[in-house]
Ligand binder design. Structure first.
Ligand SMILES: CC(=O)N[C@H]1[C@@H](OP(=O)(O)OP(=O)(O)OC[C@H]2O[C@@H](n3ccc(=O)[nH]c3=O)[C@H](O)[C@@H]2O)O[C@H](CO)[C@@H](O)[C@@H]1O
Ligand SMILES: C=C(OP(=O)(O)O)C(=O)O
Length: 424
């Protein structure tokens, strides 16, 4: 295990370049096994989820070559061998469930352990399973591993209405349906930019996915997919949002580059309401030092609503603002692992009926805290940078799972931060 040590109170200035989106990358890598030719991905983030997915692919004889200087990942699924994946690395990340749809699409069957990932409250996968069954597959749960089998004649297209908007179910069903016989429609689909990124990638391999980014996605199955061109992954809007909050709190002029600002509309609207002084450029946002900040109310929702993954990173900004800030996470109402840790740092926060109430504090004090999940970790990292004294964050692997070269990026902005081995 590793710990992050932050000596807070330094002003951040300069520029930071946002990496490729974690939540796209973790779908695009499993989706590569649908291709019958080599796949090249550009702008791949250096995150633990990527290395774990590469290890899972290796178990299936899919070799990968990650050039960390150019951020290019080449995956070779041409000699793929079917492998049951009930345990092991599959448990190290949430998105390993995309091997259900991808293996089903490639081999007509899949054995995949229930996924791991962040502890942010219940995360059922009933909609994924309902969708696989609609496509004709039989699904059973045997000792915590999901067994999925297509009928002899293969999966068939179907009309699937999701009971709730789910990113994971939308992606998994696209993966299973792209090579099914006939037409599939996914209604009440998730509209996240990462879903459009996946559709673009698959369509460039010869898939026929229409309507990604709207409520209804229509897929015409094709028998074979071949990747021909490199695919450049979209920028990580959650990483961008994290640096935007950090720059607004501790910045003395920070330019955040490689941003698609439209992907952050609801977030940027809140930053403006809070009083953050920014200039939105074509693919970058410059954050000026902050003047007076005002607390606001935030309610998370499916895209284009305010992302649940940004409610914790924006929390330190709400603590700094004048007045009482309110956060209601409608996606994960129990996503509050950051709260007791922030209280250790001197924050005044209460939770009533899943409503988080944040009272203004003049300063936070460094403390020993734990990153119980990725965005709680990001929140504590920002809190540590704004606090007086030293903050030690344990379980920092949860941050490294999804934040590209975070120590290097923070140091380049002038932060006093390092990661050390934690023998405990
Ligand atoms: C790898 C990845 O992309 N992770 C993101 C993805 O997670 P993930 O895809 O797991 O999240 P979903 O969009 O599926 O979940 C949305 C809501 O639907 C519920 N649900 C979902 C599926 C299902 O079968 N049954 C069900 O009840 C969930 O409990 C949750 O309350 O979207 C989340 C919501 O934007 C983000 O926080 C995660 O960062
Ligand atoms: C919840 C998240 O990730 P995952 O779905 O991979 O656990 C996240 O990125 O905030």
């Amino acid at each position: 295990m590793k710990k992050m040590i932050i000596h807070g109170g330094h002003k951040l200035r300069g520029e930071v370049v946002i990496g490729g989106a974690k939540n796209s990358t973790v779908a695009l890598i499993p989706a590569a096994i649908l291709s019958e030719s080599k796949v090249t991905l550009d702008s791949v983030p250096h995150i633990k989820d990527v290395y774990n997915l590469m290890a899972i692919l290796e178990e299936m004889n899919v070799h990968s070559d990650f050039d960390e200087d150019t951020n290019t990942l080449v995956l070779d699924p041409t000699e793929i061998k079917f492998k049951p994946l009930p345990n092991g690395k599959i448990k190290s990340l949430r998105a390993s469930y995309y091997f259900m749809g991808a293996l089903l699409g490639r081999f007509g069957h899949a054995i995949v352990g229930m996924p791991g990932g962040d502890d942010i409250g219940p995360r059922p996968i009933d909609q994924h399973i309902k969708g696989f069954e609609s496509l004709g597959a039989s699904v059973s749960n045997e000792h915590g591993a999901i067994f999925i089998t297509a009928p002899k004649e293969g999966l068939h297209g179907a009309r699937i209405f999701l009971d709730m908007v789910s990113v994971g179910a939308t992606i998994n069903l696209i993966l299973a349906a792209v090579t099914a016989n006939g037409q599939t429609s996914i209604e009440n689909a998730a509209k996240e930019p990462e879903i459009i990124d996946l559709a673009t990638y698959l369509n460039n391999m010869g898939a026929k996915v229409r309507g990604a980014g709207t409520d209804t996605i229509r897929i015409e199955g094709v028998p074979h997919l071949y990747a021909r061109n490199p695919h450049t992954i979209i920028p990580d809007r959650i990483e961008a949002g994290t640096y935007l909050a950090m720059a607004a709190i501790c910045g003395d002029g920070v330019n955040i580059k490689n941003i698609i600002s439209e992907h952050l509309d609801s977030y940027l609207a809140k930053l403006e309401e809070i009083g953050v002084n920014m200039e939105v450029g074509e693919d970058s946002i410059f954050v000026y030092p902050s003047g007076e900040l005002h607390a606001v109310q935030i309610k998370t929702g499916p895209y284009p609503g305010f992302a649940t993954d940004l409610q914790q990173p924006i929390t330190p900004l709400l603590l700094k603002a004048q007045g009482d800030g309110i956060v209601i996470d409608t996606i994960y109402p129990k996503r509050v692992r950051h709260v007791p840790e922030l209280i250790r740092m001197g924050a005044d926060i209460s939770i009533e009926n899943d409503v988080i109430i944040l009272h203004h504090v003049n300063h936070l004090q460094g403390a020993e805290v734990t990153a119980d999940e990725i965005r709680a970790g990001a929140c504590l990292m920002i809190a540590g940078l704004m606090a007086e004294g030293t903050t030690t964050i344990s379980k920092v692997e949860n941050i490294l799972r999804g934040y590209d070269r975070v120590v290097y990026k923070l140091q380049a902005l002038g932060a006093d931060v390092k990661i050390i081995d934690d023998p405990e």
